[in-house]
Write a protein that binds this ligand. Structure first.
Ligand SMILES: C[S@@+](CC[C@H](N)C(=O)[O-])C[C@H]1O[C@@H](n2cnc3c(N)ncnc32)[C@H](O)[C@@H]1O
Ligand code: SF4
Length: 409
C-alpha cells in the first residue's frame, strides 16, 4: 500500500501520463508462466484502530466506492490481460473491503465476477473485521464465490481490545467467528503480540482460542509502533502500559510458535501456521513469478517488471474513472537489482532462501551483493546453511527485522 501524501494542486495528471503504458500492458495476452492475481484495495474503515498505519478514510467517504469501482471494472474488464485467461488468486484487502453494505458489495462483486474468470481452485479472499460480519454480507460473499476470509482479530482480551480501539466482548467475538464457520468459509485470524500490557500467557491463550475456533490459518503479527498512530501518541503521554522490552516480545513470539505446534498446526513461514502447513496462496505469490493487477484505490501490483499503484487519493481515483482512464498513480519499470531485492525480502519471510531458484531466475551471480551478510548471519547463528540454501534459525527470528533492513538498504 502506498503512503498517502499531501500533494496540493500541482500534481501532474498521472492517469493520462501512464495511459499509454498501462494500455500496452493490459492489451497484451496474459503470460503463461506467471500466476495471475487480482488485488482490489478498499481504503475505508469504520473507525481507526489505535495501532494501524493503513488507515486512510472514514466510512463517510465511502458512499460511491463500490459503484465507481464497478464502473472501472466494466471499463477495463474486456482488456486481453483480464479476459483471456482465468485468475489463480483474488484478494480484496484494505482498509476494510467488507465496509460497503450487502447490496453495494453484491453490485461490486457482480461486476468483478462478470469479467474476472477464476480457476476452479482459485483462492478468493476478503479481509474483514468482526464488526462487518453480518448474515447479509456473508450471504453475498458466499454467493459471489468468495471462499476465504482473513479476519483481523488481534486479541481475545477485552481490555487489550479497548486499548487497540476495537472493543468487543469475548461472547460477541466467538459468536461472529461461529457465523463465519457455519456459513462455510475457510478463515484466517490475524493475532498480535508485543502489545503494551500483554503477557506471553495471554498471547498463547489467544492462539489456543483461535485454533479451537477452527481457524484454517493463524498469522502472528508483532506490533510495530508507527509514528502518527494514536497508540504511539498515547504511550508518549504515559497512557496505558509501558512498551515491552525486546526479550519479552521474543518470548511471546516463541510462546505463540510453541502453542501452534503443540496443537498440531505447522509453520509455513515465519509468522503463519496452518493445520497441515498448507500456505495461503496469496502470501506465497510473493516468492513466485506473478502478474498482479491492482484495482481499487491505493492498491499495488506488478505486471511483468512494471510496478503499478492506483491513486490513494479517493477524489483523484474517482476523477480518473470518470475520464475513462485506468486510475494509475505510479507506474515504473523495476530494475533487475530491484526485483532481486524485492524477492529476497519476501523470501526472507518464508524463513528459507532457496538460492537455486534465484540463480535460475536471475543468473549465477545475482546474490553476490548479499553473500557477505549471509556469511555473517551464519556466524552469528541467525541462519544455518544446507547445501546451497539458507534457513533462518530460532535465534535469527529474534533478529529478523534487522536482517530485513539490511536487505532493503
Ligand atoms: C492491513 S490490516 C487489515 C485488516 C482488517 N482491516 C482488520 O482490521 O481486521 C492486516 C493486519 O495487519 C496487522 N497490523 C496492522 N497494523 C499493525 C501494526 N502496527 N503492527 C503489526 N501488525 C499490524 C493486523 O494484524 C491486521 O489485522
Ligand atoms: S486494522 Fe483494519 S480496521 Fe483497523 S484501521 Fe487498520 S485497516 Fe482499518
Amino acid at each position: 500500500m502506498l503512503p498517502l501524501k499531501k500533494t496540493g494542486n500541482q500534481m501532474p495528471d498521472f492517469a493520462a501520463l501512464y495511459a499509454g503504458k498501462i494500455k500496452e500492458l493490459l492489451h497484451k495476452p496474459p503470460r503463461k508462466n506467471a500466476e495471475r492475481v487480482a488485488y482490489l484495495h478498499t481504503p475505508f474503515c469504520r473507525s481507526r484502530c489505535s495501532y494501524c498505519p493503513f488507515y486512510r478514510y472514514t466510512e463517510k467517504k465511502s458512499t460511491n466506492f463500490a459503484q465507481q469501482t464497478a464502473t472501472m471494472i466494466e471499463q477495463w474488464g474486456t482488456s486481453p490481460f483480464v479476459s483471456q485467461a482465468p485468475f489463480d488468486i483474488v484478494f480484496f484487502g484494505g482498509g476494510t473491503p467488507t465496509l460497503p453494505n450487502a447490496q453495494d458489495l453484491n453490485h461490486l462483486l457482480t461486476a468483478f465476477n462478470k469479467h474476472f474468470k477464476k480457476n476452479d481452485n482459485c483462492e478468493f479472499t476478503f479481509e474483514t473485521t468482526l464488526t462487518h460480519i453480518t448474515p447479509e454480507r456473508l450471504e453475498v460473499l458466499k454467493r459471489q464465490e468468495v471462499n476465504r476470509l482473513s479476519i483481523g482479530l488481534q486479541t481475545f482480551d477485552e481490555n487489550l481490545r479497548k486499548m487497540l480501539g476495537r472493543p468487543s466482548t469475548l461472547d460477541n467475538m466467538l459468536r461472529k467467528i461461529r457465523m463465519v464457520k457455519e456459513a462455510g468459509f475457510r478463515f484466517n485470524l490475524d493475532m498480535m503480540y508485543g502489545l503494551p500490557g500483554q503477557t506471553a500467557e495471554e498471547f498463547a491463550d489467544g492462539i489456543r482460542k483461535a485454533m479451537d475456533c477452527g481457524a484454517d490459518n493463524i498469522s502472528q503479527y508483532q506490533l510495530q509502533l508507527f509514528d502518527d498512530t494514536p497508540l504511539k501518541q498515547s504511550l508518549k503521554k504515559g497512557k496505558f502500559f509501558a512498551l515491552l522490552d525486546e526479550e519479552s516480545v521474543f518470548q511471546m513470539q516463541l510462546a505463540g510458535l510453541e502453542t501452534c505446534k503443540a496443537y498440531g498446526y505447522k509453520q509455513w513461514n515465519l509468522k503463519n501456521f496452518s493445520p497441515g502447513g498448507e500456505p495461503c496462496r496469496y502470501t506465497q505469490t510473493v516468492y513466485k513469478e506473478r502478474d498482479m493487477l491492482p484495482l481499487g484505490s491505493g492498491g499495488g501490483g506488478m505486471i511483468e517488471d512494471y510496478s503499478i499503484f492506483t491513486f490513494p487519493q479517493i477524489e483523484k481515483y474517482y476523477e480518473a474513472i470518470k475520464k475513462g482512464c485506468y486510475p494509475v498513480f505510479q507506474l515504473k519499470k523495476t530494475s533487475n537489482e530491484g526485483l532481486i531485492q524485492k524477492k529476497l525480502t519476501g523470501i526472507l519471510e518464508s524463513g528459507k532462501i532457496d538460492v537455486k531458484s534465484f540463480e535460475d531466475a536471475f543468473g549465477t551471480n545475482c546474490l553476490k551483493k548479499y553473500r557477505k551478510h549471509f556469511r555473517l548471519w551464519k556466524q552469528q547463528n541467525w541462519m544455518r546453511q544446507e547445501g546451497k540454501n539458507f534457513e533462518i534459525t530460532i535465534e535469527g527470528m529474534r533478529h529478523f527485522m534487522k536482517m530485513k533492513k539490511v536487505i532493503l538498504t
